[in-house]
Each structure stands twice: as structure tokens, then as C-alpha cells.
Design a protein around this ligand. Structure first.
Ligand code: COA
Length: 155
């Protein structure tokens, strides 16, 4: 598949938020309960927050045939705050491509490591990408606890 990566713009918000919601409700369904999935995916409707992320962070999308099939965004120069791939396009190297671009950016900005808080669903991907688990934790989000993992990788 021919994948291209570019920085996101405000016009991408409808596609990004639809992908976010689909990914959580489908791909993450095996790891979190219905209430957690509903609360987490409701973030799709917070358009102002997505606009802020696009404007303030390094926010990239992966596209094929003019369709967004994944996205990732980097906060504070070294903290990967989100990485999502459309449920119909998994295991085709899209997250790996996005992560390579994000890691290049972290290195260009001269940070010695990249960090993230990752879901139970995403942990096997990050382990395959040589991240190590710093801490397993229950993180509170909108009044609910979510199991996730703080991971890091030296660059
Ligand atoms: C995690 C995620 C981004 C991975 O996307 P992807 O495009 O399918 O990942 P890749 O194809 O680049 O995977 C690269 C390697 O990671 C590992 N990997 C990826 N997904 C895996 C899984 N579900 N189980 C085990 N290993 C996995 C494999 O080694 C894979 O290589 P292979 O396919 O040749 O075996 C995707 O599953 C996703 O969107 N998950 C839900 C969203 C989420 O929880 N995001 C994190 C919150 S910040």
C-alpha cells in the first residue's frame, strides 16, 4: 500500500475524529468495558480540543488514496500523546511509519527519549517497537479508571 505522511490541518478534523471513535469502539473493545469505551470515544466530539492539538502539537496523518488511515501527535517535543490506526487497515505497517516520523522529530529536537501512556490494546505494538514499560497504572479519565502503561524508548 502506498502511504503518505503529512501534517494535519483543521480540515482533517471530521476524518480524524471519526477514525478515533471507530478505533476505540472496534479495536479497543476487547480490552475495555462498554462504559470505558463510551467515555473514551466521546472525546471525538470535542472539536475545540482537536483543533488545539493540531495547532499546538506536531500532529501527523497517514493517507492512502486521499483517505486518512492513521494519525499520531507529539506533545512537548518528546511525549507521544496519541497514535491511532483505522480498524480496517491494521497490521500493514501504518503505525510503524507514523512512529518513525514522530521519532525523527523527537531526535531533531534533541530529546534523548520518547515517552507515552499507552492502552492495553496498543502495548504489544510498542513492545515490538522496542519501548520498555516504566509503569503499569490505573489512569483516571472523566471519572473512570483506565488500565494503561507508561512506556519509553531511548533514541
Ligand atoms: C496500536 C496500533 C496503533 C498499531 O497499529 P498498526 O498499524 O496495526 O501497527 P503496525 O502494522 O505498524 O505493527 C507493527 C508491529 O507491531 C506489532 N503489533 C501491532 N499490533 C499488534 C497486536 N495487536 N498484537 C501483537 N503485536 C502487534 C507486530 O509486531 C507488528 O508487526 P507484524 O504485523 O509484522 O507482526 C493499532 O492497533 C491501534 O490503533 N490500536 C488502538 C488505538 C490505541 O490504543 N492507541 C494507543 C493510544 S495512545
Amino acid at each position: 500500500m502506498n502511504i503518505s505522511i503529512r501534517q494535519a490541518t483543521a480540515n482533517d478534523i471530521p476524518e480524524i475524529t471519526a477514525l478515533f471513535k471507530d478505533t476505540i469502539t472496534k479495536t479497543c473493545a476487547k480490552d475495555y468495558n462498554d462504559k470505558q469505551l463510551q467515555v473514551w470515544s466521546s472525546g471525538a466530539f470535542e472539536t475545540d480540543k482537536w483543533l488545539e492539538r493540531i495547532n499546538d502539537y506536531y500532529f501527523i496523518v497517514a493517507e492512502t488514496s486521499n483517505t486518512i488511515v492513521g494519525f499520531a501527535y507529539l506533545k512537548k517535543g518528546y511525549y507521544l500523546d496519541g497514535l491511532f490506526v483505522h480498524p480496517n487497515y491494521l497490521r500493514q505497517g501504518i503505525a510503524s511509519s507514523l512512529l518513525r516520523t514522530i521519532e525523527s522529530r523527537v531526535m531533531i529536537e534533541d530529546y534523548p527519549e520518547i515517552r507515552s501512556d499507552v492502552s492495553k490494546t496498543a502495548l504489544p505494538f510498542f513492545e515490538a517497537m522496542d519501548f520498555v514499560v516504566i509503569k503499569k497504572q490505573n489512569k483516571s479519565h472523566k471519572g473512570l479508571n483506565f488500565l494503561n502503561y507508561i512506556v519509553a524508548k531511548a533514541l
